[in-house]
Design a protein around this ligand. Sequence first.
Ligand code: IMP
Length: 176
Amino acid sequence: MNVFRPGNGKVQLSEAQIAARIRELGEQIKHDHAEQEPHLVCVLNGAFIFMADLVRAIDMPVTMDFLAVSSYGNAQQSSGEVELLKDLRMPIAGRQVIIVEDIVDTGITLNYLLRLLEARQPTSLKVAALLSKPSRRKVEVPIHYLGFEIEDAFVYGYGLDRGQFDRNLPFITSQA
Ligand code: IMP
């Protein structure tokens, strides 16, 4: 059985395409943070691979932390409610924070996180998201560093799960 087989849907992002775009995002983040080291906040679970590649594409000192929120469980639709499952270890007051998300779909999760972290008074609060599905948006949210805009399809691979499996695919794919 070959698990590294892409689906036959319209969204297909190869390992090389993802790597090239992340290199660009890393350069942009370095350029925008000449005055103070950025503090990257990874939103678990889906962003763990994006985070790992993104921090290595930023050629300057960075700090990082991790939080976890409830996603869809095994469903492919958002419940509309977000639950904080694991909070940050470090305070973010006075820091230049970048939230690192896998995908912005309805925007509900990111909106929740922006409110939560804004209240802790970071110097700045930005968002890096690998993927965005603008046609699905229910809440407008800013994305400062975006990997790829995609159409409405359920995608998986490169950290994103399909019923908890397929996070280990090195590419992003979708089904027909
Ligand atoms: P939102 O709150 O609707 O924007 O959804 C955000 C979260 O839902 C993401 O961080 C993902 O964990 C999950 N999600 C949304 N769309 C997809 C998808 O196409 N594949 C896998 N997970 C998804």
